[in-house]
Design a protein around this ligand. Structure first.
Ligand code: MEV
Length: 445
């Protein structure tokens, strides 16, 4: 009985139509011990500029407040001979420090170089056709120009910028599912990620496909009745790929610990071999790469879920999940690179709306989407370098826990003086949760 009451109390109809204040009231009074303090907290995170707040409220439905992530900057990156300070939004303590270390290391060894391998985006119309395969092939060939012309209004701006629909192909998927076919469409979306553009084109393709089939004389009545299942872009973009690379003579590797440069080099390459041989390691290895990539993707207002899904699919291209980074030694030169699919935009979406995204893009010199792909790939390679460098030498925890120290101190509500004392102390001692607690207790007693 009580459970029923509890559930009906927490069930709401037409929530999205309530005002922001009503939504906050509804949620805080039903789910929080102290509705007043829960409300206060939400308000504290509102932007003091009501226009900026309204902008954020309108990004999504049912917005009640903002959710902060720190935005950091990683200076000293040399990319294609140019200096960059990279904006990175992340909650993970060690990411900016790692970026900074790698940037510095490679800046004195020629910096990073990059190459765009491709920028092709993909969309699909998934449909069912119960009939003769030759006929559907001929039909699709015969309606190519209609498919394009029917999207003219949608593609006009994109074509004016040099992009648009590139190819439209029929894929026979009947081996996987009876009667299942796809239109596989490729796009060039220039400086936008292009999700809305692509999806609008695809939905128009779906409509045209259905209409034209009804008019196609060679089809039987059953064949005329094409069923459109869905029209949607694909986040698997194996032809929208960037490569970022560093290289140096082996003897210039590793200048700051006990391993010789040669031993460092061997161990480093072995670490990548291990990621290629073992999925448990590969996922963590690639997660470290995404620490850098996502931080740039988020700071520049891009879709990190799309980037993540695409990157991991790409890592599985060979049939097993592997490292996104690679390293070799040839003629005494260490070469280390990443190849990663990145469907990014510097126009469209929230890029022109979110003030911090604008700030980040300006910091990067208002890049094209290709330049942003290059920067994000470099950030990923730099993270991986820093992670492997620590893992094969001092271990990861030394650096990680140093960076995490502030989080632990904040959990104990340490004062500024306590923080300063303990930061000093832990310069020469190993950081752990209990060690920090003990030292803090000592100071406090
Ligand atoms: C932690 O966020 C990332 C690492 O685990 C990456 C790696 O192991 O390569 C340090």
């Amino acid at each position: 009985m009580k459970e029923k009451e509890n559930r009906s109390n927490k069930w709401v109809k037409g929530f999205s139509k309530l005002s922001k204040e009503q939504k906050i009231d509804w949620v805080t009074t039903r789910y929080f011990h102290s509705p007043d303090s829960a409300k206060k907290l939400l308000e504290n995170y509102w932007n003091k500029d009501s226009n900026v707040q309204l902008l954020h409220d309108e990004f999504i439905e049912n917005a009640v407040s903002n959710f902060y992530l720190p935005l950091g900057v990683a200076p000293n990156f040399i990319i294609n001979q140019q200096a960059f300070t990279i904006p990175m939004a992340t909650e993970e303590s060690s990411v900016l420090a790692a970026a900074g270390k790698s940037a510095k290391f490679w800046a004195s060894r020629g910096g990073f170089s990059t190459k765009i391998i491709g920028t092709e985006k993909i969309g699909q119309v998934h449909f069912m056709f119960n009939g003769n395969t030759h006929k559907i092939k001929n039909f699709i060939a015969s309606i190519q120009s209609v498919l394009r012309s029917e999207t003219d209004a949608i593609t006009a701006n994109m074509r004016a910028r040099g992009g648009g629909i590139t190819t439209i192909e029929l894929c026979d998927k009947t081996d996987a599912i009876a009667n299942y076919y796809q239109l596989h469409i490729t796009f060039e979306t220039i400086d936008s990620m292009g999700a809305n553009f692509i999806n609008s084109c695809l939905e128009q393709f779906g409509t045209t496909l259905k209409q034209e089939a009804l008019r196609y004389d060679a089809f039987s009545d059953e064949e005329k009745n094409i069923e459109i299942v869905m029209c949607i872009l694909s986040n698997h973009v194996p032809q929208c790929v960037v490569r970022a690379e560093v290289s140096c003579p082996v003897e210039q590797l590793n200048d700051d610990n006990e391993l010789s440069p040669q031993a460092f080099c061997e161990k480093f390459i072995r670490a990548i071999d291990i990621a290629n041989a073992d999925i448990h390691r590969a996922v963590t290895h690639n997660k470290g790469i995404m620490n850098g990539v996502d931080a740039v993707v988020i700071a520049t207002g891009n879709d990190f879920r799309a980037v993540e899904a695409g990157a991991h699919a790409y890592a599985s291209s060979s049939g097993s999940y592997k490292s996104l980074t690679h390293a070799t030694v040839e003629n005494g030169v260490f070469r280390y690179w990443i190849e990663i699919p990145l469907a990014l935009g510097t126009v469209g979406g929230i890029t022109k709306l979110h003030p911090m995204v604008q700030w980040s893009l300006e910091l990067l010199g208002n890049p094209s989407s290709k330049q942003l792909m290059e920067v994000a790939a470099v950030a990923g390679l730099a993270q991986n370098f820093a992670a492997l460098r620590s893992l094969i030498t001092s271990g990861i925890q030394k650096g990680h826990m140093k960076m995490h120290l502030m989080n632990i101190l904040n959990q104990f509500k340490a004062s500024q003086t306590e923080k300063q004392q303990l930061i000093e102390y832990f310069k020469n001692h190993t950081v752990s949760f209990s060690a920090v607690e003990n030292e803090l207790l000592k100071i406090r007693s």
